[in-house]
Design a protein around this ligand. Structure first.
Ligand code: ATP
Ligand code: MG
Length: 268
């Protein structure tokens, strides 16, 4: 049980002064769990712990507030809980205790119908791209809109717009097997972006890429952030984290051990 909502509210008030709120409409009208004050926050964890069914505690007493517009690196050694934290945000797993807020909503209270709507509010990018192998780049991105019932006439312009943003217009008709790793990841980012999400959550998006291509992907995520989308990115890429001087949240053994602007500090 969460016992201290005022902490989140305080953080929200502090962030409101420096962060401009984007679309703040909750996923669905709710008078119980979408307090207006939470709407300037993209993501928040309040005293969150996660114990898996086998007894393994992956997160312990985690507090984290990510205001709209932030760019956050999530770092820590293997097994520290980075992917678990991300799984809680996308409601792949539920917290054992504490509260997880995404776009102003307590994710544990979403109805079954609201879960896919939540996932449209967040663009999700994984290390292994997860593209449909028999669909072209364009079809992979379009599919994300088709499954949510977007009217056909809106799909093509939206797809072309994001393909241009990620620099894949020329490869639009190619299959994933005909793309480099970096191009496959850019396709996955285009797919994540096509719903115009408020936040992009990426779990080691450069984990399979060489250093030069990793930098290209990071530059793309920075550009997306500059255009107004919040970005939370788990990574082991110490060089990138150190060079960019962005907010770094470090986990160790399931706990937040550091949350500050700056470098990577340790080789994980
Ligand atoms: N489904 C699961 N069931 C039981 N334990 C799990 C499960 N998923 C993860 N764990 C455990 O929880 C801990 C945190 O795992 P997690 O995958 O979140 O770490 P991570 O920081 O993402 O690591 P990496 O950098 O290797 O990706 C680990 O000890 C892991 O073994
Ligand atoms: Mg992981």
């Amino acid at each position: 049980m969460s016992t201290s909502p005022p902490r989140i509210a305080g953080a929200i008030a502090a962030s409101a002064a420096v962060h401009i709120s984007r679309d703040a409409a909750p996923l669905a009208p709710s008078s119980t769990d979408a307090a207006p004050a939470t709407r300037r926050i993209s993501l928040a964890l309040e005293d969150v712990s996660k114990v898996y069914p086998n007894g393994r505690r992956a997160l312990a007493d985690v507090d984290l507030v990510v205001p709209d517009g932030d760019f956050v690196f999530l770092v820590g050694p293997s097994g520290a809980g980075k992917s678990t934290l991300i799984k809680l945000l996308i409601r792949d797993e539920l917290a054992t205790s504490g509260t997880v807020f995404v776009a102003g909503r307590d994710v544990s209270r979403l109805s079954r119908r609201d879960v896919p709507r939540l996932r449209r509010r967040i663009g999700i990018v994984f290390q292994d791209y997860k593209l449909l192998p028999h669909k072209s780049v364009r079809e992979n991105v379009a599919f994300a809109l088709e499954v949510t019932g977007t009217p056909g006439r809106q799909i093509l312009p939206a797809v072309e717009r994001v393909l241009a943003l990620v620099g894949l217009t020329a490869q639009a008709d190619q299959l994933p097997s005909q793309l480099s790793g970096g191009e496959q990841q850019r396709t996955a980012i285009a797919r994540a972006l096509v719903h115009e999400p408020r936040v992009i959550i990426a779990d080691e998006p450069t984990g399979n890429l060489d250093p030069l291509i990793s930098w290209e992907i990071i530059q793309l995520l920075l550009r997306i952030n500059e255009l107004g989308t919040t970005v939370l990115m788990a990574t082991h890429n110490a060089e990138v984290v150190t060079a960019l001087r962005r907010r770094v949240v470090a986990l160790e053994d399931g706990r937040v051990v550091r949350d500050e602007v700056g470098g990577y500090h340790r080789e994980y």
